[in-house]
Design a protein around this ligand. Structure first.
Ligand code: GUN
Length: 290
């Protein structure tokens, strides 16, 4: 069997097209323009790439993009003061502080300073709590994107066995909550799980979000299962190459011969994350403007 490849790029493009159409409709009736503020501290090259990409896509769907770049040694108090200013700025509907932050800054303190109604990352404890108890709120972008990809394969997740490998606050835990809301039977597995391959083989839906290149092997996968690979890891360069290959947390070539459907890396979950950030920004705008 050869798995269906879930085209995250195409699904993200459809989502962005729908967002752009809605933003244009709001503008046409004089309803205003959603705005997203992104704050980057320091100049981590990977973060620079993400932030540039976010800004381009924000403008492409017709939203306003505000970018703030602070030096790596910025005092925490200055960052908190900027967040406070953005909280009170009516043109700003969404605030994202790019992670990771330099070691002298307490990321949790910064996240808690963001107005939960503008927390388009969905990382604030109020939004995490809303998700846990099933109240409407802003949901983290990567889990949301992963769920949308799953729903492109399965109309109904009810009763399916879902195994999420990874228990981070950013992906594993919120995705488990989303799957539970969809009536899946959810297992969260992690580095201490006993016989992880056997646990994974029990999954109709297997999500890998551990950050370890090609950890999930083909024989960990139940034939016909749907596999979502959240990992994005760069391998060491091959001899003579400038850069190593990008791979996920799943050994793709093995997995595709067993799975029913699988996301590629790159081109799977990655493109969905920014599309969901724009979706969250539109949701925050609509909530703030009635
Ligand atoms: N760094 C890498 N991905 C993300 C993300 O989704 N949100 C934030 N704030 N920082 C990140």
């Amino acid at each position: 069997m050869s798995a269906r490849i879930i085209d995250g790029k195409a699904i993200a493009q459809e989502l962005r097209d729908a967002i752009a159409a809605e933003v244009a409709g709001i503008a046409a009736r004089g309803g205003g323009q959603p705005g997203l503020a992104v704050v980057l501290v320091g100049n981590d090259p990977a973060s620079e790439v993400y932030v540039g990409s976010k800004a381009r896509q924000t403008v492409a769907v017709g939203m306003r993009s505000f970018e703030y770049r602070l030096p790596a040694d910025v005092p925490e108090a200055d960052l908190l003061a900027l967040v406070d200013r953005l909280n009170r700025d009516d043109a700003v509907d969404g605030i994202l502080v790019q992670l990771p932050l330099p070691g002298h800054i307490d990321a949790n303190r910064v996240i808690e300073a963001i107005d939960p109604d503008k927390d388009v990352d969905g990382f604030h404890p109020v939004n995490a709590g809303r998700l846990l108890i099933g109240l409407p709120g802003l949901v983290p972008c990567t889990p949301l994107g992963s769920l949308l990809l799953l729903q492109s394969v399965h109309h109904d997740l009810s009763g399916l066995s879902a195994v999420v490998v990874g228990r981070s606050n950013i992906v594993g835990k919120p995705l488990a909550q989303l799957l539970l809301q969809q009536n899946a039977t959810v297992t969260i597995a992690h580095s201490r799980t006993r016989d992880l391959p056997a646990v994974c083989r029990g999954a109709d839906i297997l999500v890998a979000a551990v950050g370890r290149p090609e950890m999930v092997r083909g024989d960990w996968i139940r034939p016909g299962a749907t596999v979502i690979d959240v990992g994005i890891n760069r391998l060491p360069p091959a001899p003579g190459a400038a850069k190593g290959r990008l791979v996920g947390d799943v050994a793709f070539e093995e997995a595709r011969t067993v799975a029913g459907a699988i996301t590629p890396v790159p081109g799977g979950v990655g493109p969905m994350t920014i599309a969901c950030l724009l979706r969250n920004t539109l949701q925050a705008f609509k909530a703030r403007h009635g």
